[in-house]
Write a protein that binds this ligand. Structure first.
Ligand code: C5P
Length: 220
């Protein structure tokens, strides 16, 4: 068979959730398991890529041949990933990065009072958009868009706004597709207008199909 277009390429994959500290014992996060990102990292390594997997806290083994960098927060993920941007042919953002973080995490443990409490949140940096905006010609940027049904227009807007080459639109239905489960139904939207609707697949098979599409747009 022909060698994979990924063979010898350097790939960054982000995966998992991030944790945004409220105080030293509490955080804001989401239900991302990291399974999709880890499946992508594993498959890219299998195809001969040099894979750097920047991951939030997950309970998954490191795929064979993958360099894993563990982070906690969005800021930590950006700090770990940014130095790798230059030497990277392909960035796949599969992490569910928290959009907001508490403005000022409290040292120690916040004491409860007999009153309501407010936590002010501020925006986190967009890691994938940062890569896509600062990239050199030939570097490829791929993102995910997790939306509830009907969200394909949001996904298309993400492709444009974040200046991506490919977006994997991921229907969140709370059962068979999205967070924590082992299956995923992806619709791939290319910058060229190509739309590929994949059936419900294991995350391993979905990763392989996604990378097939990526290979077709990677410069040889
Ligand atoms: O805008 P939204 O969060 O839906 O975009 C999802 C895509 O952007 C995913 O690929 C995700 O990994 C990436 N992202 C990121 N940094 C953020 C937010 C999202 O890299 N702060």
């Amino acid at each position: 068979p022909e060698a994979s277009a990924l063979c010898g390429k350097t790939v960054i994959v982000t995966a998992g959730p991030t944790r945004e500290k409220i105080d030293d014992v509490r955080f804001l996060s989401n239900y991302s398991s990291g399974k999709m990102g880890f499946a992508i990292a594993a498959e890219a390594a299998r195809r001969g890529a040099k894979v750097r997997l920047v991951t939030g806290p997950v309970n998954l083994p490191t795929p064979p041949g993958v360099e894993r960098i563990d982070v906690e927060s969005a800021a930590g993920m950006l700090a770990a990933a940014r130095p790798l941007f230059d030497d990277c042919d392909l960035f796949i953002g599969a992490a569910a990065v928290a959009d907001y973080r508490p403005e000022a995490p409290v040292a120690g443990k916040i004491k409860k009072k007999d009153a309501e409490m407010e936590i002010r949140l501020v925006r986190n940096p967009d890691i994938l958009a940062g890569f896509a905006n600062g990239r050199k010609p030939g570097q490829v940027a791929v993102g995910f868009a997790l939306e509830t049904a009907g969200g394909i227009d949001y996904a298309r807007r993400k492709l444009v706004d974040k200046r991506l080459d490919l977006v994997a639109f991921n229907i969140y239905d709370g059962r068979t597709s999205g967070f924590e489960v082992d299956t995923n139904a992806l619709t791939l939207l290319g910058r060229d207008g190509n739309v590929t609707e994949l059936p419900l697949l294991s995350k391993e098979k979905a990763a392989a199909k996604l990378l097939d599409a990526v290979e077709s747009i990677l410069p040889r």
